[in-house]
Design a protein. Sequence first.
Length: 142
Amino acid sequence: MKRAVFTTPQEAETAFYEAFEKSDLDAMMGVWADDDEIVCVHPGGPRLSGIEQIREAWRRMFAAGPTLRFKLREPHAMNGMTVVVHSVYEQISAGGDSPRQPIIATNVYMRTESGWRMIVHHASPAPAAPESDGKRGPKTLH
């Protein structure tokens, strides 16, 4: 099977979410770099590394078929020559259900000989929005 060539990180990201919505394992893995150093963390899940662990996790997730829809909010990009980091809020809905709690995702893309490829996807539940009193709270360092 011939892999798509993504000429921009945004093309790779669009293909990632399309594959996710369609539960298309081949398309999903076509977005990822073919490298044992790649990393994926699903909300509440362990760190997966390498093609085999990541493929198996997506295969299990997609076994139920396409049910999720994504709306990306508040995109933030950090652009480098060979590596790009995207941070987004994923608003996910399943079937006709109401949207779930937002997920914060960090997607990292690397320019390879075969175009831009994902090397990291890390997703975790977004904290509940605090009640706003008009004041900004202190910054929290990680």
